[in-house]
Design a protein around this ligand. Sequence first.
Ligand code: FES
Length: 84
Amino acid sequence: MTDVVLNINGHEIHVAQGVSVAAAIAMAGSALTRRSVRGAARAPLCGMGVCQECRVTIDGRMHQLSCQTLCADGMCITTGEARP
Ligand code: FES
């Protein structure tokens, strides 16, 4: 199976095809996807597109659901980990 290479918060990661962005973030060693308005850490909860806790920035597009998005080669992801 061919690897997909993507960038998460400035770090290159290789995953298998068919892996969701939320899973790739967890495989990279962090569950944090975003921060609340008050800065609290948030992580995927439902895994099926309902809770909105897994929102990340993908290729400059904010508020993308990482649990509903499959990794693609060259994808650039920014999570709440990268923000103060
Ligand atoms: S984990 Fe709930 S919408 Fe993605």
